[in-house]
Design a protein around this ligand. Sequence first.
Ligand code: NAD
Ligand code: WQD
Length: 347
Amino acid sequence: MKILVTGGTGYIGSHTVVELQNKGFEVIIVDNLSNSSIEVLDNIARITGKKPLFEKFDLTDPGKTEDFFQLHNDISAVVHFAAFKAVGESVHFPLMYYRNNLVSLINILQEMINNGIRDVVFSSSCTVYGQPEKLPAREETPIQKANSPYGNTKQISEEIITETSENENIRAILLRYFNPIGAHESAMIGELPLGIPNNLMPYITQTAIGKRDFLRVWGNDYRTPDGTAIRDYIHVVDLAKAHVVAVERMIANKGKKKIETFNLGTGKGASVMEVIQSFERSTGIQLNYKILDRRPGDVEKVWADTSFANQELGWKAEKSLDEMTYSAWKWEKALAAKAEHEKKQGN
Ligand code: NAD
Ligand code: WQD
């Protein structure tokens, strides 16, 4: 069965392509490489023994999207990752975010309808919950007004999909990711942050490798046991596996509703200090860090109730925080080795 993975050369997409191929699915990726590299295809091939099919174009282009679906008329389901995801950037360039994230989704849904493709798995985010009043966050936890255009694109996307499914032959699984970190154990694929990372994990590994002087811990005066903010970090490979289960569920007609929503996390919160301690424990490296004021817009604490995903999908995150931080470090070292190699070749 052929699965279209949009954004499949990106961070979560590439790990999902690996898991889909490992399960025997044929994968075709569409990506415009705006935030990923073509080399990912060879690295997926090195891991799985198979290079996925690939088409490079921008999914906001309706004509190109239409042509693609006409050419590839044997697609069974879509996993839609393609989107911009930098929260801060979205505040500065809201239209860029609304256009990219919403128009690409609209084009995909339109072509699914035109070509009789029913099933889509969509990348949503725990950001839709904001700071929940009650923890852990359940799928029924009220959605709060988004505090960035990026977050708003996820809320609007969920609505677009849900409303479209009411009148069309479209079904969806909306996956609300908590904080994905880590990399494939082979260290052949991982996250490629452009410029200075905003997210905690790449900032830690870049500090440890010497690219940054120290980690800035944003606030230690939260109402948490050690004062630093709490998130539900999930290994990207566990997250990728949930997509395979979601695709299988849809194809096997096992869904109970046209739109199903699942939290994807571990169900356990970890503070910034606990992530630092895990990194130090798993790698044996002491990290330079300084405590600074809170980062504006950050929530204090959030973690997932994953019982619905555990029961309904039969999926559970398995990897520990130490495995996450260690794999992220292995990936950072692989990136540094590659950069060193390229520098030598250039000389
Ligand atoms: P990523 O940037 O690594 O991957 C996204 C991919 O989509 C990139 O390869 C990019 O080139 C491609 N892309 C973007 N716009 C496109 C377009 N118009 N046409 C074709 N390709 C396009 O991001 P990721 O971390 O892998 O995230 C994947 C999805 O998961 C996104 O929708 C993101 O919003 C969502 N998500 C991510 C996180 C996270 O922390 N990483 C958390 C929650 C949700
Ligand atoms: C985690 C914790 C920071 C960097 C973002 C998006 C969210 C979702 C996931 C897509 C926080 C602290 C961080 C640093 C720090 N993405 N931190 N120093 O903010 O939970 O969520 O990514 O949907 O929408 O907002 O993730 O990794 O940025 O931060 O102390 O240099 O680490 O304050 O407590 P966040 P993050």
